[in-house]
Design a protein around this ligand. Structure first.
Ligand code: KG4
Ligand code: ZN
Length: 344
C-alpha cells in the first residue's frame, strides 16, 4: 500500500511517500520519496516557534513540498492509496494547514484520510530501519521532544498506557531555554550538544553539579524546570563561566535523569523492546548512553531512529498512519486539529 504522509504540527512542513506492507505483527516500510521545508531560520529571531508565522509558512510551502516529494518518489498521484496527516498534538493553526490540504487531496483522489497522533509517529520512527525484523511486545517507549517528555508502555499496538511524563518543561524545551541563557541560537539542542562534545574532547568540566531532578522519586515522572533554573542561577552568580563546561554539565544531568528513569521503568514493566523517539534523541551523547544499555540489558532490543528521523518528519507519520489503518478502527470521519491530543 502506498501512503502519503503529511506533517505540519510545528515548524517543519514535511511530506513523505512510503510503501507499507504486512500486518500489525510484520510491518515493513520503504520510503519512496520525501521532502521537508524547515522554518527554523524564520522563528530564530523569536527564540521559539511563533504560531501565526508557522501557519503562514506552511500554507506557502506545503504545495511545493508535496510536489517535490511526489517527484522524488517517482510516484503518480493515482498510485497513492491512503493519506496520513498529523492531527495533534501541536500548534492548532499549523495542524489545520496539513489537515485541510490532506482532506482536499483525499476528496480529489477518492482515498481515505487517516488522522495521526504525532507522538505515535515518533514511536513509529524506529520501524523505518530495514534491519528490524519484527517488533517484540511489550514495548517501553521514551518520547523526548521539544513539547513532550513521556514514558509509554505498549502491550500491543492497540493497548498502551502513559506511565510517566514531565510535570513542567519538556526536555527539548529545557535544552532550548538553557541554550538561550548561553546566548546560543534556536533550536538550542544541537548547539548545546556541540559545546558539550567539545568540552568532553578537551576534558573541561564544571565543579558545580546541577540537580538530577526527580531521580529518586518513586514514580516515572520527570521535571526539568528546576534544572533549567539551577543553570540560570549559576550563570547569574558566577563572574566567569565557561560555556563549554556548563553545556556539558547540563547535558550530563539530562542524560543521567533520562537513563535512571528509564531503568526504573524497565525494572517495573519488564519490556522486551525499548524505543527512544523524538528530536532530543538526535543528541549524540544521549544516543551513545542509551545504546550502551545493551550491555546491561542483553534481553531487551533497544531501538533508536536513524538521525534524520529523530526530528519531525512525515515518514514517521505515514508509518503511524498505516498502523492506525490496520488497527481497523472506524476511520473516515471528519478530522479536527487537537493541540493537546493525548495518547489513547
Ligand atoms: O521532535 P522534535 O523535532 O519536535 C517536537 O515534536 O517538539 O524535537 C525538537 C526538539 C527541540 O527542542 C530541539 O532543541 C531538540 O529536539 N533537539 C536536540 C538535538 N537536536 C534536536 N536536543 C538535544 N540534542 C540534539 N542534538
Ligand atoms: Zn516531534
Amino acid at each position: 500500500m502506498i501512503i502519503l504522509g503529511i506533517e505540519t504540527s510545528c515548524d517543519e512542513t514535511a511530506v513523505s511517500i512510503v510503501k507499507a506492507e504486512g500486518g500489525l505483527e510484520s510491518l515493513s516500510f520503504k520510503v519512496l520519496g520525501s521532502a521537508v521545508n524547515s522554518q527554523v531560520k524564520i522563528h530564530e529571531q523569536y527564540g521559539g516557534v511563533f504560531p501565526a508565522l508557522a501557519k503562514r509558512e506552511h500554507i506557502k510551502n506545503l504545495p511545493l513540498v508535496f510536489q517535490q516529494a511526489l517527484t522524488s518518489a517517482r510516484t503518480k498521484e493515482s498510485e497513492i492509496e491512503i493519506i496520513a496527516v498529523t492531527v495533534g498534538p501541536g500548534l492548532e493553526p499549523a495542524l489545520w494547514v496539513g489537515i485541510t490540504f490532506a482532506e482536499k487531496l483525499g476528496k480529489k483522489w477518492g482515498v481515505l484520510v487517516v488522522g495521526v497522533n504525532h507522538m505515535e509517529g515518533h514511536i513509529a520512527s524506529v520501524l523505518l530501519n530495514s534491519k528490524l525484523q519484527a517488533l517484540i511486545f511489550p514495548v517501553l517507549a521514551l518520547l523526548i521532544s521539544g513539547g513532550h517528555t513521556e514514558l509509554i508502555f505498549l502491550k500491543s499496538w492497540t493497548e498502551k498506557e502513559k506511565i510517566g511524563e514531565t510535570q513542567d518543561d519538556a526536555v527539548g524545551e529545557a535544552f532550548d531555554k538553557v541554550a538561550r541563557m548561553l546566548g546560543l541560537p534556536y533550536p538550542g539542542g544541537p548547539e548545546i550538544s556541540k559545546l558539550a562534545e567539545e568540552a568532553r574532547e578537551k576534558n573541561i568540566s564544571l565543579e558545580t553539579k546541577f540537580p538530577r531532578p526527580m531521580i529518586h522519586s518513586k514514580d516515572f515522572n520527570f521535571s526539568f524546570s528546576g534544572l533549567k533554573t539551577a543553570v540560570l542561577y549559576f550563570l547569574r552568580d558566577e563572574k566567569e563561566t565557561n560555556k563549554l563546561a556548563v553545556a556539558r554539565e547540563f547535558e550530563d544531568a539530562v542524560i543521567e535523569t533520562l537513563i535512571s528513569k528509564t531503568k526504573a521503568a524497565i525494572k517495573e514493566y519488564l519490556p522486551k523492546t525499548l524505543i527512544i523517539g523524538g528530536g532530543v534523541i538526535a543528541n549524540k551523547a544521549l544516543r551513545e548512553n542509551f545504546l550502551n544499555l545493551k550491555e546491561s540489558y542483553s534481553e531487551i532490543e533497544i531501538l533508536i531512529p536513524e538521525k534524520s528521523l529523530t526530528t519531525d518528519n512525515a515518514t514517521m507519520i505515514a508509518a503511524a498512519g498505516y498502523i492506525e489503518y490496520l488497527r481497523d478502527k472506524k476511520l473516515g470521519g471528519e478530522l479536527k486539529a487537537q493541540g493537546n491530543l493525548k495518547m489513547d
